[in-house]
Design a protein around this ligand. Sequence first.
Ligand SMILES: Cc1cc2nc3c(=O)[nH]c(=O)nc-3n(C[C@H](O)[C@H](O)[C@H](O)COP(=O)(O)O)c2cc1C
Length: 436
Amino acid sequence: MTSPKRLHIGLSLAPTWLSGDAWRRADSNVEGLFTSAFAIDLAQRAEAAHLDFVFRPDVSCLPVEMLESGPGFTSLDPTILLAAVAQQTSHIGLVSTVSTTFYPPYVVARQLQSLNWISNGRVGWNIVTALQGHENFGLEQMPDADERYARAAEFTELVHQLWGSFPFEALTIDRANGCYADTTQVRPVNHEGTYLKVKGPLNLPAFPGTRIPLIQAGASESGRDFAASVADLVFAPTPDKEAALELRRDLGRRAERHGRSAQAIRLLPGLSLYLADTREQARAVFMQTHGRMNRARKLASIKEMTGLDLADWPLDRPVTRADLPVVAPDASSRTHSSLLRRLIERESLSIDQLLLRPEVISAAHWQVVGTVDDAFEQIADWAASGAIDGFIAAPGGSVESLNLFLDQLMPRLVQAGLFREGYSGSTFAHHLDEQG
Ligand SMILES: Cc1cc2nc3c(=O)[nH]c(=O)nc-3n(C[C@H](O)[C@H](O)[C@H](O)COP(=O)(O)O)c2cc1C
């Protein structure tokens, strides 16, 4: 019998277990959210479970209306936060989120390479083209998604050039002859492209012996194509196994068209885990978390994504494929709007059912509401079907759910041969490239 392929597993540092109403629980420690200790403790526990990485999603704006009902989009700057985490961990990968739409590439190349030095080669870059926040960067309007991806492609290539502009090998540090660096190896990049103009070189050398893995999330046509051209892994919303199988196959084919191997790109869906000791308790935790949701805001978001206005919809009338406007509006995330349309096309749900589905509450992520056994069985099944290369855990509902993931589900996966027993290296790229 062949042993199962080992999964790659990350943990979201965005406190998903405090979302909805979960932050109101007595043990939520929500007061600690803006301390570095909050993330350090999580990263240390994730490292004790030998996870590939911790991951901080991020946005550069604050939708104030969301703040009344929970911490929402508030967050420390992810790269600065991960520098603090790096000091208190030694093996786990540290994935920061940085937008290619808003930030200057020289700053991004420098900050990520700095974090790579601070963490001894453990950085990953989650490349986002972003969904909102253009007003905070002097832009009159958000560039459309295809333009954002075109800029992202140029930006990413340029950041690689900047990392390569000062190779580690240029540091000769020859004390006897007084020669610190071989300057013939340190070259400007002289980039003048469609969107960006940067001379270079970067003012710090590349951390030696490893690369900085790239992560991408958008799964529209242009998002998939961009990911297939550069990404090591895709953080994808795949609400069901079929969606994951389709996306994984498609990404592999696209990677090959870009001259890469299909295995070079790994699919790691987000996995929302509402875990408790029994299914009934897990369901109760889920309902306590999302039962009091802001209905008007959810309906507005459905309208923005699909064009469907459900404001006066009768409670007993299912929402069906025929109700969808023929022409979908220009949604900011085509990934999320097409997954929501897909759900409405495939199932006829009442409005109350629709409002509790992952496509509406959690960015369309794969979701398990149940016991550790339930989660284990689904993960093992998706892995055996070849639908995933791993997942990014987003425990929801309670701190207990997070604890069950780290303390019970992870050991089950190790026991089943689906996850490593210990680290065999100490860079993020090493964990990703490690053979199962
Ligand atoms: C699962 C997922 C997670 C995302 N996370 C972020 C994020 O943390 N920050 C951000 O600014 N944008 C985020 N985005 C937005 C994407 O970077 C992208 O701008 C958006 O999805 C539009 O691309 P698309 O047309 O391919 O969907 C995310 C998108 C998806 C699908």
